[in-house]
Write a protein that binds this ligand. Structure first.
Ligand SMILES: [Zn+2]
Length: 316
């Protein structure tokens, strides 16, 4: 079964976000985080392991972004693990921020479409029944809810550090301590937009690879440093907040980096990009050329130049 056979979506970003609200929420979030984390940055390296000196490509606020020879772009110094915990866990500032942006009626419709397609792709991966599936970084459990509708006999698990915000059917088991995962094995683990948020992606990959069965799948979605939107962001003064996500997106990955990180443990089976590059570049403005832009975006995605990679890896 090939998850790439599930038809792509024509998403319209202009239906997704209220720009004013996004800016308000972003400023609020950034000033909160800046105050919290400014004393606790730490030096970091590209997860590809290269010893070559990375090059400074952008400065935004007090954040410096460097590019490795493997093309991955990363925040350096980066936010320490303790501070990340604080952002995502204790006070729920991140969730509050997300809610303001993502839970508008229009945005909900679009998010439903996106999650429905993800669920179909995961369904297409499954050859047997009664499998165990884990969504690592499940947030409010939206994706799991969609998967629950699509498949009947699988056991569904969600992991997230902040579990007080869940709304999910009883059938889905939610876990908030990594200790509870260590002794388990899953046939499929999904990391939707997780790897770019952690200060040590390699550490997370090592952990996840231990809890996936042989021939099981790891599915991840990450921002791409090789996309059109990446070039627009890091080669100009523009700050497209929906994608750059200051203080939250710590890594923008290249395929070479992904290959190195997963080498020996996984084999890449499928890759696609799902981007909103052009719509982001045109900055949410109502455009007379919406259809044209969406069509050109499809061409970008056909050439793996969209702003997010979706990668399906098989455990060796
Ligand atoms: Zn690198």
């Amino acid at each position: 079964m090939n998850p790439l056979l599930i038809q792509k979506l024509n998403l319209n970003l202009w239906d997704l976000k209220n720009k004013k609200q996004l800016e308000f929420s972003e400023n609020h979030f950034n000033s909160f985080v800046r105050n919290k984390v400014k004393l606790n940055f730490k030096k970091t390296k590209c997860p590809c392991g290269s010893k070559k000196k990375p090059v400074l490509v952008k400065k935004v606020f007090d954040l410096s972004y460097y590019q490795c020879i493997c093309k991955t772009i990363f925040l350096n110094p980066t936010i320490s693990e303790n501070n990340l915990d604080e952002i995502y866990k204790n006070n729920g500032i991140y969730e509050k921020h997300r809610r303001q942006i993502l839970y508008e009626k229009k945005a909900r419709v679009l998010r439903n479409l996106i999650n429905k397609r993800k669920a179909s792709q995961i369904h297409n991966l499954l050859k047997k029944q009664n499998l165990k599936i884990l969504d690592f970084g499940c947030g409010d459990g939206d994706f799991l809810n969609h998967l629950n509708k699509k498949i009947k006999r699988e056991q569904l698990y969600g992991f997230d550090v902040n579990t007080s915000l869940k709304r999910q059917p009883k059938k889905i088991k939610i876990i908030s301590e990594t200790n509870e995962l260590i002794d388990q094995k899953f046939n499929v683990v999904t990391l939707w937009g997780v790897l770019e948020h952690v200060s040590d992606p390699k550490k997370l990959i090592n952990f996840v690879s231990k809890i996936i069965t042989k021939n099981g799948f790891l599915v991840l979605e990450i921002p791409s440093s090789e996309s059109l939107l990446s070039k627009y962001t890091f080669q100009s003064k523009n700050i497209p907040i929906r994608w750059l996500e200051p203080y939250r997106h710590l890594f923008f990955f290249s395929l070479a980096c992904i290959k190195k990180m997963f080498k020996k443990k996984f084999k890449i089976k499928y890759i696609e990009t799902n981007g909103l590059d052009l719509q982001t570049i045109f900055d949410n403005e109502k455009s007379h050329n919406e259809l044209k832009i969406i069509n050109v975006q499809n061409k970008l995605n056909d050439n793996l130049l969209g702003d997010h990679y979706r990668i399906f890896l098989k455990k060796l």
